[in-house]
Design a protein around this ligand. Structure first.
Ligand SMILES: Nc1ncnc2c1ncn2[C@@H]1O[C@H](COP(=O)(O)OP(=O)(O)OP(=O)(O)O)[C@@H](O)[C@H]1O
Length: 518
């Protein structure tokens, strides 16, 4: 790992540190992994069961009120982001605690973020790599970074500080984007970030825009530029696409290219497809970069690197005998976390479930009323599943209405004639393509209500986004989602609305929804 660990024999004053064995709530810290601009990251473990985690400690003691507020904002963003985004390629923050250490005044009151523990960062790997060829696992890293970024953008966030130090590599080969302190929510087409960022991965337009009181404007296209730089580094063992011995010189070279006074000279060893992909990411200004979305990048990276097969989706009962591979489903599956590669599956089943994250969940309309007929034991399961989807139409009330219309909340429901089973009436082969381990028991079972409901939420979230992308009327989305769940996204889009044959079912769902939303 990189970091600011000083060799034992040198007395370099560094940031204050917690002693090994120090307890922060239910976690015990170990050795330091490294330090960044705001604090220090420690190895740590969960006291209860020894699960390895990393704890990032951000001291507040020496900060002035303005700096303290800025740090509080970064932590708040990180927490909000972790609460809202849950994806196999985004590092998870399990909890945020406060360090209580009156005997260590410099650290007393510090924020402590408890996260998944990585084995190394991509920066560590690039620093150790021989230049001239791709690093080991280059394809996997690029696929993971692209999928994580696509999930963020689809959920309305910009990372804002994508760089190798913020790509973490987990013990099972997982690829996680990290450091969401700079991640910021999109307001229309762009967001504002404090002018921090990293020189080597900043797009050229960054230098020509004015920084207002809210900070500089940052758009998803800034992450796309950063991805282009990072992809070049990953595929060449660390070479930056722009020449220069220092970050400042490389940034000037990038600006000269953007002004049209210097050509783009990518490494000669790159294959045609990846060269084109990097060149698209490095289009000279944000408007020419617009067509290169993170979602497209994900599909292109998977095509170019032989990624996991494209996903299957729920079928019309009549077509259930012969599964049809639908390319469009790929994007949605990756978007919502079910990419189906083994790494993701391991993550779903093996990692601890997200624990208490202090910080506000976004208020979600459509909670299930207390006096409804939704079985009490199911309510938290439904609410948790609905909150995994950041699209506002997918509420607990809508999931409850869908479940009532599908099975009447009967966990043992079955329609063998159409191969549909369980509380969410999943066709087992289709369920497997989207499956989420809703109860964290290491198994994904269509007959387990938490798994079936979490998977339903994932799927209808994707349907909702498909219909929005297709420009279908927002007010009709609940009906369209109900119809899509019974038929398919393609059928609903091709028919321009709810197909007549599922209208009675959709009306039932809307009736239940009205009851739950009264
Ligand atoms: N969850 C984690 N697991 C393992 N190592 C981590 C984790 N998070 C961060 N690190 C490592 O800890 C070190 C410090 O990380 P930190 O995020 O504080 O700073 P940075 O990203 O290097 O710099 P800055 O945040 O100032 O841009 C880095 O080497 C980073 O790779």
């Amino acid at each position: 790992m990189t970091g600011s660990d000083a060799p034992d024999d040198l007395e370099i004053p560094g940031p204050p540190r917690l002693p090994e064995g120090f307890r922060i709530d239910g976690w015990e810290v170990g050795p330091v992994i490294g330090s960044g601009g705001w604090g220090t990251v420690y190895e740590a473990r969960t006291v209860a069961d020894g699960t390895p985690v990393a704890v990032k400690v951000l001291p507040t003691g020496a900060l002035g009120p303005g700096q303290r507020a800025a740090l509080g904002e970064l932590v708040e963003r990180e927490v909000r982001f972790s609460a809202e985004a849950d994806h196999p390629h985004l590092v998870r923050t399990h909890a945020v605690c406060t360090v209580e250490a009156p005997e260590l005044p410099a650290l007393d009151g510090a924020f402590a973020l408890v996260m998944d523990r990585a084995e190394a960062s991509l920066k560590d790997v690039l620093d150790a790599a021989a230049t001239g060829g791709p690093i080991d696992g280059a394809d996997r890293v690029l696929r993971g970074v692209a999928a994580g970024l696509a999930h963020m953008h689809d959920a309305g966030w910009v990372h804002g500080d994508l760089k190798p130090a913020n790509v973490l590599l987990g013990p099972g080969g997982q690829v996680w984007l990290a450091d969401f302190g700079l991640a910021t929510e999109l307001d229309g087409t762009h967001a504002h970030l404090p002018p921090l960022g990293t020189l080597d991965h900043l797009p050229p337009e960054w230098w020509s825009q004015r920084t207002g009181t809210q900070g500089a404007v940052v758009r998803p296209t800034a992450d796309i530029w950063a991805f282009g730089v990072l992809a070049h580094q990953v595929l060449t063992g660390g070479l930056h696409p722009f020449p220069g011995a220092t970050a400042r010189a490389r940034s000037l070279a990038a600006q000269a290219y953007a002004r049209g006074t210097a050509p783009l000279r990518l490494d000669a060893g790159l294959g045609d497809g990846l060269r084109r992909l990097i060149a698209d990411c490095l289009a000279p200004d944000h408007t020419t970069r617009l067509p290169c979305t993170a979602r497209d990048l994900t599909a292109r990276v998977e095509d170019l690197t032989g990624g996991p097969p494209r996903r299957r989706r729920r079928l019309l009962p009549a077509a259930a005998a012969g599964l049809v591979v639908l390319t469009a489903a790929l994007a949605g599956a990756a978007l919502l976390g079910g990419t189906g590669d083994t790494q993701d599956d391991d993550r779903d089943s093996g990692a601890p479930t997200p624990a208490s994250v202090t910080g506000a969940h976004r208020p979600v309309p459509g909670e299930i009323p207390e006096d409804s007929d939704v079985p009490e034991a199911l309510r938290p399961v439904i609410a948790r599943a609905a909150h995994r989807c950041t699209d506002e139409e997918i509420t607990p009330a809508l999931l409850a209405a869908l479940l009532k219309a599908e099975s009447g909340f009967d966990a043992h429901a079955a329609r063998p004639e159409s191969d549909e089973y369980g509380i969410a009436m999943w066709t087992p082969s289709v369920f497997r393509a989207w499956a989420v381990d809703g109860d964290g028991d290491g198994d994904k079972d269509h007959m387990s209500p938490p798994d079936a409901i979490a998977t339903m939420s994932l799927y209808v979230c994707w349907l909702d986004q498909r219909f929005k992308q297709a420009g279908m009327p927002e007010k009709d989305l609940p009906a369209l989602v109900a119809a899509g769940y019974r038929t398919s996204d393609r059928t609903v889009i091709d028919e321009g609305g709810v197909p007549a044959r599922v209208r009675p079912h959709v009306d039932k769902v809307l009736g239940y929804l009205a009851e739950y939303e009264r």
